[in-house]
Design a protein around this ligand. Sequence first.
Ligand SMILES: *[C@@H]1O[C@H](CO)[C@@H](O)[C@H](O)[C@H]1NC(C)=O
Length: 188
Amino acid sequence: MRIDIIFILSLCIKIVYLQTCSNFDIGIDRSGPWYAHIRTIVSPDECCGLCNAEGTRCQSWVYVTIGAAITSGCYLKENIPIVNETSTCGPFCTSGFKEASLVLSGRCAFPGGIYELAVDRPGPRYVRLTSIRSHPACCAMCVLEGEKCRSWTFIRSGVADKESGCLLKNQVPPISTVPCVACTSGTK
Ligand SMILES: *[C@@H]1O[C@H](CO)[C@@H](O)[C@H](O)[C@H]1NC(C)=O
């Protein structure tokens, strides 16, 4: 029994850590230095696949279609640059990163972090990341974003009337009086 639980847990951790090449952040640019630009790549899937194939050197990527102010193609990066929410690349950019590189420690430790379970903090968000599939990862992304990110709410998909994903906020909206079982929030 105990062995079964450990097995299932380790399986879950592996699933969380894989960059699956199916969940991207469409319309999100992560501006910053890149170590390779491959023009011949023509889809986000291919760009993500190449980043995976590169091993630990590649931490994130941005795929740019024709029409953007910068040359189209796949840009591979050695770190995870913060979101550039004012980038003009928006309509032309899709990006992704390796979730395994997010640091789950301190308030974001899992288990043992400081999470507001079933709590929504509705209010303006400066970015919505649909690629993030767990609340610890959303917490860690808020940390990675630095001072810009003051609080976050992660909302599981499949809830009516609510946009799912990791919502990063540059303020701390008050806790909603309406409970939300699909929500987890956190502040810094
Ligand atoms: C955000 O993207 C724009 C291009 O659209 C660029 O000019 C600007 O420098 C970027 N900001 C950062 C912080 O990289």
